[in-house]
Design a protein around this ligand. Sequence first.
Ligand code: BGC
Ligand code: NOJ
Length: 811
Amino acid sequence: MKFGHFDDSRREYVIETPKTPFPWINYLGSEDFFGLISNTAGGYNFYKDARMRRITRFRYNNIPVDDGGRYYYIKDGETVWNPGYKPVKTELDSYECRHGMGYTTFTSSKNGLSAQLLAFVPLGYKGEINRLTLENNSTEVKTVSVFSLREWCLWDASDDMLNFQRNFSTGQVEVENGVVYHKTEYRERRNHYAFYSVNRPVDGFDTQLEDFLGMYNGFDRPDVVFAGESKNTIADGWQPCASHKNVITLQPGEKQSLIYILGYCELPEAEKWEALHVINKKPAKAMIEQFATCAQVDAAMDALRKNWDRLLSLYNVEIKDEKTARMVNIWNPYQCMVTFNMSRSASYFESGVGRGLGFRDSSQDLLGFVHQIPERARERILDIAATQFRDGGCYHQYQPLTKKGNNDIGGGFNDDPLWLIAGTAAYIKETGDFSILDAATPYDCNPNDTGSLLEHLAASFNHVVDNKGPHGLPLIGRADWNDCLNLNCHSTTPGESFQTFGTADGRVAESVLIAGMFVAIGPELVELYKRKGMIDKAEAAQKEIDAMRETVLTHGYDGEWFLRAYDAFGAKIGSKECDEGKIFIESQGYCVMAGIGVEDGRALKALNSVRDILECEHGIVLQQPAYQTYHSNLGECSSYPPGYKENAGIFCHNNPWIMIAETVIGRGGRAFDLYKKIAPAYREEISDLHRNEPYVYSQMIAGKDASRMGEAKNSWLTGTAAWNFVAISQAILGVKPGYDGLTVDPCIPASWDEYTVTRMFRGAKYVIHITNPKGVEKGIASITVDGTAISGNVIPVYPEGTTHAVEVVMG
Ligand code: BGC
Ligand code: NOJ
């Protein structure tokens, strides 16, 4: 069952009912100022950091779900309704929500009045624009009252939901010419305030939520709205909010628009005040002037659209399968951009107060968005590297506002360092910018202790070399990619963190996944050394990689598949000898991606085992059999009920590792089948089961042990976005950036006869037409570029601004 449809020509998902199985959201903003917006206009805003600079309030875990947002109440006679249906939930005569690239629109109607609400954050602007357009479609003159509502958050979203003895006394606002200014804590240590304006004189306002709603009411029954009169309250402590009242008279057929701005301003210390207790409103007024008219709003929307036209033209496929096209050309790159901006901080599953930016997560996200915004990728790489220690270990997370590592989680996740090499290599291949390797970058966030990025990468590599366990495999530390495989934790007391309890420095527990990563990613460093003329280092590193490959074959293979790990007592994990957790997905994916066992058939066996044991109709589960009981030697993965999360859930993040691995052994049909099982566009028809948004990936789909098998959780902020983009664009469609050009190496279903990839690469345009006359899955018979045959499958780098026609014949 579907709840909407894709409109590919406008790059929108059109939601046809407000009653989706879960709130289906979108993101507004591209640089500093962001908003989350659901299909009922719920959500919130923040500036740069969802925890430390939260602008509007949102109560997670609320009843009803998704309460609080940008609300416009329209009072038309005795009927009160909202364009997004919530919060009043008056049944509408029509409703439509369109989530597009960085904007959302609602078009609804009730009793002959239609409302269109457009929400977006203009490029380079520190505020969200809401344009509400009302149109009288009846034959009578209509006079309606419109009440807006936003609720302020007292900046630090964590304090805001914990420290009520203080918070209930600190809230402060000012109101001038109908603009509500939120200035809590501005009188002391803050240099910023927020404002909420509307572009016409108001007929009333409110800023104290309890008075606006009535003490015992929810957002669905505000006293002020139902009485039709604002109370003109000035908040003093409690819960400050911002509401305007505007009375609008519309002739039959007439249309009028109101433009609301939620903005954020920062001021230098010396310019904070106009007078005692009166804040300096100059910057806010300048922002308000920028969007006083519909023409200004239209121009900014146009600029936003053009920006997305450009971003989405960088990799484009023309292919018969429209679902693949919609994922590759629209929604997957869009999700990659959102994960770049948000990391894992703010979604409807991430509260914005927990994790900041993850070292591992942000490094992997780079793989998916580096072609879209290489300049910002460069900055991100250096920020991430700055949270690395001299010994190559690193903070697992850092806060975007301070760019400092989080001490409460610390380091010791021994896969982390390698992802920095992977992310940097992807950046250099995309851009050819080797200069990044020489950039001086702090260790431990200390600007006085720096090393070049190349030295950081060496430290990453050596961290594995210097931390091997009894079998010569890499020590796992607190965890590797699987945050919940906590082999050194051994926690038996509720409340202890699986990840930070126990020691990070266990010298026995080893990870076959990290070994596979080392063999797959390590060669990137070897290549960089060679290109820098550091031949000795290149050779030494290559020896380490070769030795690790042998170690995996000797101690990391279990007959039919790769082992997963050894625990702190030296016992095997992911082995046929185990009762539960006999086989895990991660090491099968990474070891085959590394090419281990490809020559002697062990890789093929491993992937067949994945197919036979781990795969189900909704994707590949993380391990089998699921853990039925808690094992303190394994940690959090065995704490989840069978079928969910890291206990045999379908992790959409590492399913693509298997897709890519399948292309390594040449099974394009298998790779694409696996792609279709989890790609959201292919799951749209089962939205009632899947429940999350059908336009973006979720982190996890419940696996075959779960009673809710097929149900997705944790949409949007997941490495899934980047890895699926890599799998389809580079491994299956087969166009991938390399140091010296674009490599073309498709691995596709035999039934595909042709498709075209248009790829911008270092400023030149490559139109790559691939035909498959013999119906093969892999292999190239010939390539011509602009009519001339080339040998090999690397299309060279061409001058910026040029266009090249590439004809690839498979066979
Ligand atoms: C989740 C993991 C997540 C980790 C982050 C765990 O509870 O299951 O998926 O990576 O928390 O700390
Ligand atoms: C989510 C985390 O963000 C990611 O870093 C981790 O690899 C997966 N969970 C698996 O545990």
